[in-house]
Design a protein around this ligand. Structure first.
Ligand code: GTP
Ligand code: MG
Length: 204
């Protein structure tokens, strides 16, 4: 699959601001600064579709991107940003729950983790949460340019183990800097969309 068309469709902090459901959605979750927005730009081959920044906590809203007039990628606000207040992190929690627990057409949440580090307690918690809602199964290890290929495979097994991923769960190393790994991820996204189309046919 190739993404030829991408546009920001909605920016939301509450459900009334979400775009109409009924379009399949794939969301990105992960720690602040892990590279969610950079990954979106890599997949869509756009430099500045999503705002990338050196200062963590950039994406504080749920951003819906319409892709190829066919599906959406949803950039979720990052967690684990140290300098947020308690009320702010509660707001974050409510916003995430509101989206993840009720969203019609949400096929999968792709969890991003930094390839250099062992997943944090919050990463593990997030992945458990996704598993509970059957939204788990695809993990992206970001910033793969920052480690050697030898270290890469070691870290990937460490990530698998720490998140308690099953054998059939996929982990894909990507680098927004080197522009690598996106094809494998697009293949997985394509598979998800195809299986969604098949279930839709049965529903008619
Ligand atoms: P929030 O919006 O704060 O949640 O962050 P985010 O997850 O969207 O991260 P973002 O894409 O803004 O990237 C954060 C920082 O990491 C930026 O300085 C990026 O340039 C850098 N970065 C992202 N991906 C890569 C990568 O693959 N390789 C390298 N070397 N740096 C990356
Ligand atoms: Mg972002």
């Amino acid at each position: 699959m190739q993404i030829n068309k991408s546009e920001l469709e909605a920016v939301a902090v509450k459900s009334v601001q979400y775009p109409e459901p009924g379009v399949p959605e794939i969301a990105f979750a992960g720690r602040s600064n892990v590279g969610k927005s950079s990954l979106l730009n890599l997949l869509t081959r756009r430099k500045n579709l999503a705002r990338v920044s050196g200062s963590p906590g950039k994406t504080r809203t749920i951003n819906f991107y319409r892709i190829n007039d066919e599906f959406r990628i949803v950039d979720l606000p990052g967690y684990g940003y140290a300098r947020v207040s308690k009320s702010e992190s509660e707001k974050w929690g409510a916003m995430m729950e509101g989206y993840l627990e009720n969203r019609e057409g949400l096929l999968k949440v792709i969890q991003l983790v930094d390839i250099r580090h062992k997943p944090s307690a919050q990463d593990v918690q997030m992945y458990d949460y996704l598993r509970y809602f059957n939204l788990d199964g695809i993990v992206v290890a970001t910033k793969s340019d920052k480690v050697s290929s030898n270290q890469r495979s070691k870290n990937i097994s460490e990530i698998r183990k720490t998140l308690g991923m099953s054998k059939s769960d996929k982990i894909i190393a990507v680098s927004a800097l080197k522009k690598s790994g996106h094809e494998a991820l697009l293949d997985e996204i394509n598979k998800l969309l195809e299986s969604y189309e098949r279930t839709e046919e049965f529903d008619v």
